[in-house]
Design a protein around this ligand. Structure first.
Ligand SMILES: Cc1cc2nc3c(=O)[nH]c(=O)nc-3n(C[C@H](O)[C@H](O)[C@H](O)COP(=O)(O)OP(=O)(O)OC[C@H]3O[C@@H](n4cnc5c(N)ncnc54)[C@H](O)[C@@H]3O)c2cc1C
Length: 221
């Protein structure tokens, strides 16, 4: 939405919001987790039909819901891949998951997740120019901008879950009475619940502050 063209927003984002297209996000690789700069998946200009698009080679791992998605927001490198962060150039591509050359492998994980995690292989996958988000060499900036958005969202989810769990704990402490008196009447229980409340409130204030900073465009990268 921030860097794509209007017709891309209509085709991909609006269709997703209407529930007509399911997306997935392809960033992580086996040797590029926290350090996205180590990614090896590359996009090169298509030599057979100059100016028409890009060819993608590589693989992504831990991709949530790739088996169920019609499109992937893919991050690939278009630089020399020499590991120099200052020279890193990434491209953001909207990839049609039915494109020839894409194959999937479901990945067993220990975490209980609502969708399947997949390794996705790209064998010379063609992506047309109208599926490039913004300027091809500026994907690094776009990427970190979107990760900041995701950080705020993840914090909000964690705060909401924490408050929900605390509320359940308080309700339980009011009714659980193994010796006749509810356990919530004892300071040993009250202090632990109060400590949780203090930390959750601090986390909520931090989350709001991060959301305001993001919305105002402060510290985007
Ligand atoms: C359920 C699930 C769903 C996911 N879905 C997606 C998805 O849809 N799309 C996608 O692209 N990715 C997805 N991921 C991948 C996720 O983004 C990566 O797991 C994450 O980026 C961390 O990478 P890694 O697992 O390789 O950990 P590593 O990079 O190997 O890090 C391992 C640990 O070391 C710590 N660490 C690493 N470097 C340093 C350092 N320099 N200093 C201090 N600590 C350090 C990390 O914080 C981490 O705790 C998913 C992962 C999971 C578990």
């Amino acid at each position: 939405m921030a860097h794509g063209e209007g017709k891309q927003a209509r085709r991909f984002v609006e269709a997703t919001l209407r529930g007509e297209r399911r997306p997935c996000f392809g960033l992580t690789e086996p040797d590029a987790g926290t350090n996205a700069f180590a990614m090896r998946t590359t996009a090169t200009r298509d030599a057979s039909d100059d100016g028409a698009g890009w060819r993608v080679r590589g693989r992504k791992t831990y991709i949530s819901g790739a088996d169920d998605a019609e499109q992937m927001l893919l991050v690939a490198r278009i630089d020399a891949g020499d590991g120099n962060k200052g020279r890193a150039k990434f491209i953001l591509l909207l990839v049609d998951m039915t494109s020839p050359g894409i194959s999937l492998q479901a990945q067993p994980i220990d975490v209980v997740a609502p969708c399947v995690q997949c390794t996705v292989f790209f064998d010379d996958v063609f992506v047309p120019d109208d599926c490039v988000i913004g300027d091809p060499g500026s994907g690094t900036g776009y990427l970190f901008e979107s990760l900041n958005h995701e950080r705020v969202m993840t914090s909000a989810m964690a705060c909401g879950l924490g408050h929900h769990v605390l509320q359940k704990g308080v309700e339980y402490a009011k009714v659980r009475a193994p010796f006749g008196k509810p356990i919530g009447g004892y300071q040993g229980i009250q202090h632990a619940l109060a400590a949780c409340k203090v930390r959750l409130e601090a986390a909520r204030v931090m989350t709001y502050e991060a959301a305001i900073a993001y919305t105002e465009g402060r510290e985007r990268r």
